[in-house]
Design a protein around this ligand. Structure first.
Ligand SMILES: Cc1cc2nc3c(=O)[nH]c(=O)nc-3n(C[C@H](O)[C@H](O)[C@H](O)COP(=O)(O)OP(=O)(O)OC[C@H]3O[C@@H](n4cnc5c(N)ncnc54)[C@H](O)[C@@H]3O)c2cc1C
Length: 397
């Protein structure tokens, strides 16, 4: 057995983390579940719920205190994401996604940039975006073609991005651009630049999608968009790809937590239904066929919970300078791969428990089932996660 590292880490939540989870769950019950179906039906972005979440101090918690945050750990961020999505898959992901561009600014931005772009998001008044994917460049991110050329004190940006969360309604978009087309290495020559969405030449159109009805995803065109050079994130050009890798380690674990929450939400609803719905003179939950199904779903959720918080804790420990021997990249990919795939299984089985009612638009599990699928696609598809895990196993990462 050469080289295989498995340390059987058990994750216990501290009292403070348990309290935060309880607060986020209570918020979800009171302010998300109660109104979610209205947003799912109308397709409107849930600004009201977002503002209430900010008032409850549940948005932008990872930001520094001077810009409205609590320097929350990744474990804490995951607990909130999970509870929001457990309350409702669609509204939950919309609210979680409001801060999607913020990690780049808070981690790589200057003090001035952090103060300019982050407080309005923490206050629930604005959302953010991150634009990496292009119509012809998704999984192979290093091939990004959107260009940013220097002209005097400005960057001039041209290109197209696709599937950008909040691309129409956010205030700004951290955009991955090619700043040096002559750069030799595949991962060089890319930079993250913040683009305000009211800049001339920035055009976004919302896409029609399978699910996540209360969220928004857009195709974005940059046509000679001019932004000041000081909108570059990081001290110099060419750091974009490594910045994205650092973001993805956090982002993948948070997405895993969010989709685990969706799966738990679907499960909660299926279990309650199985106890109440009667067929043949008894609750359907008294049939062994239904019980085994629910037992398998519960088993998947328990294992996913262990892996998501193991990965999140490891990243927190590594960032605190502790000696972490495992690969956090590997653990993040395992968490994202496992949690998002079991979320699809669990949501499908939840629809099955509901029978015909599960297929009805007015029933919550119907949209949970449609919503979970995105998890196996964004922030690296399941195949990309398997590639990453494989590279770690073969010492290529
Ligand atoms: C709801 C939603 C929200 C999103 N939000 C954002 C956002 O906010 N910002 C953003 O930048 N992007 C966002 N995306 C885009 C998302 O990250 C990409 O869709 C994803 O990375 C896959 O890229 P692609 O769609 O171009 O698929 P492709 O890369 O074309 O992949 C197509 C298929 O080929 C497989 N494949 C590709 N390469 C390999 C390989 N090397 N090995 C094995 N299989 C491979 C893929 O796994 C997939 O099954 C979002 C997408 C969705 C659906």
């Amino acid at each position: 057995m050469n080289g295989y590292k498995c340390y059987h880490v058990t994750v216990h939540l501290t009292r403070q983390e348990q309290d935060l989870r309880a607060t986020a769950r209570a918020f979800g019950d009171e302010h998300i579940t109660s109104v979610a179906m209205e947003y799912v039906k109308s397709g409107e972005w849930p600004w009201d719920v977002f503002a209430k979440a900010a008032d409850a101090d549940l948005i932008g918690r990872s930001f520094d205190q001077d810009i409205g945050g609590n320097q929350a750990s990744l474990v804490e961020e995951c607990l909130v994401a999970q509870e929001f999505c457990r309350a409702d898959s669609s509204v939950g992901i919309a609210i979680n996604g409001a801060t999607v561009g913020c990690f780049a600014v808070s981690s790589f931005g200057s003090d001035e940039q952090r103060r300019r772009w982050l407080p309005s998001v923490a206050d629930g008044e604005a959302t953010s975006s991150i634009a990496l994917t292009e119509p012809d460049t998704g999984s192979a991110l290093s091939k990004v073609t959107t260009t940013a050329k220097i002209d005097g004190d400005e960057y001039v940006i041209n290109g197209e991005k696709d599937w950008i969360a909040n691309g129409v309604s956010s205030d700004w978009v951290a955009t991955l651009c090619r700043t040096n087309p002559d750069s030799k290495g595949p991962h060089h020559g890319l930079s993250l630049i913040v683009v305000p969405t009211d800049a001339d030449g920035y055009e976004a159109q919302a896409r029609n999608r399978l699910g996540l009805d209360a969220a928004e995803h857009a195709t974005v065109h940059y046509d000679d968009v001019r932004v000041p050079r000081e909108n570059l994130l990081g001290e110099e050009e060419g750091q974009g790809f490594s910045q994205i890798l650092e973001w993805l380690e956090h982002g993948r674990i948070e997405i895993a937590a969010a989709h685990l929450g969706m799966a738990e939400g679907a499960f909660d609803r299926a279990l309650a239904y199985a106890k109440k719905r009667e067929q043949g003179g008894q609750p359907i939950g008294d049939y062994q066929g239904m019980r085994w199904k629910l037992a398998d779903m519960h088993k998947q959720l328990e294992v996913a919970n262990a892996q998501v918080y193991r990965a999140a804790r490891l990243v927190d420990q590594a960032e605190a300078g502790e000696d972490v021997v495992e690969s956090t990249t590997d653990q993040a990919s395992i968490a994202k791969l496992y949690a998002t795939e079991i979320a699809c299984d669990v949501a499908e089985e939840a629809v099955q428990v509901f029978g015909g009612n599960g297929f009805a638009r007015e029933n919550e599990v119907e949209h949970f089932y449609r919503d979970v699928k995105a998890g196996t696609i964004y922030e690296g598809t399941s195949e990309v996660q398997r590639n990453t895990i494989g590279k770690v196993l073969f010492d290529e990462l």
